[in-house]
Design a binder for this molecule. Structure first.
Ligand code: ZN
Length: 445
């Protein structure tokens, strides 16, 4: 999340100086074809602009969030009592739409318009997750996160249809319900580290070892067949071949097969189907594969279909690959349709992803007999800094001394993230050892 403070100090709403106790957040869409947040910031920062003032604008071109009022300042965003309780944030809209009356528009370039709306939606999710944490709000609580349209229905806002009118007419799967769930999911990681999606990424290198996975399985199912133990390393090799975390695939198999006991499972061991593939209704037997290796490969490919939009490296043997909306579940937590912001996913049951995470954690806590359980994966990511004068401090906070050095514009590696005064999203430690920077001014890449 890139957050730029750009307080509208000349706007009469700001100079009125009224504060509120923040009880909720209202999502708006600007209602005109202007993707640039800076255009609004510039026009509204004027003593003569006395019609409206909001807490933030989200840029349609790059997703940058411009904070225009202190968060607990009373805004003029919804024309009714919601101003006394809710923070108001506007998403900018694509340039290629043309309003033909009210909330109805035509669109000359649907793909671009959808990309803009997706970008602002995702940035709004991150911002609202941060604000919910900051003000201890429950994103799923009644009336906490509302759209302008919903605010009108509740009698706390004027009669507008934003922002749902935009998503509906662009054919996007977004609703305020998917939005609230996505905010909840973004908070689920607990961390305030900047990331487009919080959770356990399915793509990546496995953390658990084959020995840990085998030890876990033997502990859970002492009668497990030797043939099953022999195939455990295949999860890691098949996962690595496609860039999928093989330990996550294994944890999923433990869930789907009852730790390979197949009690109450729709599939049997001889089907070499360890993930319930093709069991799309009760009573169906599901797909079968010639060998265990092929069954695991199909599972890994199917996980990749959900977690990524990258093509497969190997030949596709997953008979159901084509049915997946590519990239709709980047993190394990979103594999369950109930928790997935698009309502898509591998399984329909509630908490599906969370169950896999619980198993994965137990595997990682299992000693493999040789070495202690590995430490949690180190934080390591790249950020882009676009301003020349980002100060480097000796510690994570404005209360730590400035080193007198600046990052300059460029890309930097962050090895640790900590909360500290003076930064909304956290402080990142530079890999170079030079010190810490506020991640408010850096964009994760
Ligand atoms: Zn509105």
């Amino acid at each position: 999340m890139r957050l730029v403070e750009s307080i509208l100090t000349k706007n009469p709403c700001y100079t009125a100086g009224r504060k509120i106790t923040v009880k909720g957040l209202m999502l708006h869409s600007v209602g005109c074809p202007q993707p640039s947040a800076q255009v609004f910031v510039k026009n509204w920062n004027s003593a003569s602009y006395d019609r409206a003032c909001v807490h933030g604008f989200i840029d349609g071109n790059d997703g940058t969030i411009y904070q225009c009022l202190p968060w607990n300042h009373r805004g003029w965003h919804c024309g009714a009592s919601g101003n006394n309780t809710h923070i108001g944030v506007e998403m900018c809209e694509p340039a290629c739409i043309k309003y033909t009356g009210g909330a109805t528009f035509t669109c000359s370039d649907k793909a671009t318009a959808q990309a803009v709306a997706k970008r602002t939606y995702e940035a709004a999710v991150e911002l609202f997750a941060m604000l919910c944490q900051k003000f201890s709000l429950d994103p799923l609580g009644d009336g906490v996160i509302v759209s302008h349209k919903e605010g009108c229905k509740r009698g706390i806002a004027s009669n507008h249809g934003d922002p749902e009118h935009l998503w509906t007419q662009l054919g996007l799967p977004y609703t305020m319900d998917t939005f609230r769930k996505a905010v909840k999911a973004a908070m689920g990681g607990g961390a305030t580290a900047p990331s487009s999606v919080s959770g356990t990424k399915i793509m990546g290198a496995a953390v658990a070892t084959a020995e840990q996975m085998e030890a876990y399985l033997k502990a859970k199912n002492p009668k497990v067949a030797q043939s099953v133990l022999d195939m455990v390393p295949l999860y890691l090799s098949e996962g690595a071949a496609e860039g999928v975390r093989g330990d996550i695939a294994f944890a999923q198999s433990c869930l789907e097969t009852g730790n390979f006991g197949f009690a109450g499972s729709a599939v049997t061991l001889d089907q070499n189907n360890f993930c319930g593939m093709g069991v799309t209704a009760n009573g169906l037997k599901g797909n079968s594969f010639d060998t265990a290796q092929l069954g695991i490969r199909a599972q890994v490919q199917h996980l990749k279909a959900y977690a990524s939009t990258e093509p497969l490296k190997g030949e596709c043997i997953d008979p159901r690959f084509k049915y997946v909306t590519r990239g709709c579940a980047e993190v394990v937590e979103w594999l369950g349709q109930k928790e997935n912001p698009q309502g898509k996913g591998w399984a329909t049951g509630a908490g599906y992803g969370e169950k896999i995470i619980t198993i994965l954690k137990a595997i990682l806590a299992t000693a493999d007999g040789a070495a202690p359980a590995p430490a949690p994966a180190a934080v390591l990511f790249l950020v882009k800094v676009s301003i020349p004068n980002l100060r480097i401090r000796s510690g994570p906070g404005t209360d730590s001394a400035a080193t007198g050095k600046f990052t300059g514009v460029g890309v930097f590696t962050i090895t640790e993230v900590k909360n500290g005064p003076g930064s909304t999203v956290g402080w990142g430690r530079l890999k170079s050892g030079a010190g810490w920077i506020s991640l408010d001014y850096a964009q994760k890449i």
